[in-house]
Ligand binder design. Sequence first.
Ligand code: SAM
Length: 314
Amino acid sequence: NDSYNKVPKHHSRTDASSEAHLVAQHYNQRPDVGVVQRKQSKIIRMRSFNNWVKSVLIQRHTRRQNCVFDMGCGKGGDLIKWAKAKIDYLIAADIAAVSLEQMKERYKGLRFRQFDAEFHAMDCYSEPIGPHLETRRPVDVVSMQFCLHYAFESEEKARMMLQNVSRHLRSGGQFIGTIPDANLLVKRVRQEPPDVVGFGNEFYWIEFDPLPQPKSSSSAFPPFGCKYMFHLEDAVDCPEYLVHWDTFERLTKEYGLELIYKENFHPFYQRAKQDKDNAMLLQKIGVVGGQGPEMSPEEWEAAGIYLAFAFRKR
Ligand code: SAM
């Protein structure tokens, strides 16, 4: 279990020519505040809800003793979820070297650390992970939570990201993730008066610069590089890119991945809570329909800007 020692401290490989360094800088600067302060956060219920969605996805698509690749793992917010899923091996990679160090500390502190792990500070959208891997095991599950959209800065990056997803994933392996629901964001901004380029509420704010223009009559916005500024109270404040779903799905096919489902978080919640275990977990975190505080309409609106997806490797 000592593989975390193998990664040189704060060693980070990034592509300085793009905005990746801004993203890395933003996440590196976010303090690791600990459980008590996290619970006082203004967006605690949204965080808990997002964690519930990720728990459902992870439990649905991961089996005991799996080898998992958590790409864009951040500070390791999903470590306990992987432990609960009883995985055997974790490959963790993120462009933000400081976040990754915090994840290593969390990993060392896990009470039941029954899986081995390796950590890589690298830009997963600009270079292949293959040459850096310590394990020779094929990957059973690739997880990309709230991070894939940064690859849609360019086609080159989106392709490198998908190459990293697919190359080590075994046949039948699962690729799961969560991203902003681009169609919804574009529909929403077009409801505003023509001179308004953003929308949001007290929890989040999205601002396009410029407004997304249709590339052709069949496409609501360009497939790559469609940038907006995203502010999520207490969590995110950096440039992001719309994920053009049809383009993404077409590319995934080229990398041998077939769609199982994609679902906005609102219908995802309605469907997933029918399951007894998922409903129990909801009650436990006390977010929606439990005994604890329910989400306000504004929090619920903010939760609905995301979608979840799952693919299978052919
Ligand atoms: N997946 C984690 C979670 O759900 O808690 C972290 C999500 S955080 C919103 C987005 C993460 O994507 C950040 O840690 C950021 O550093 C990472 N990221 C962005 N661009 C990346 C890239 N090119 N390569 C690797 N990680 C990247």
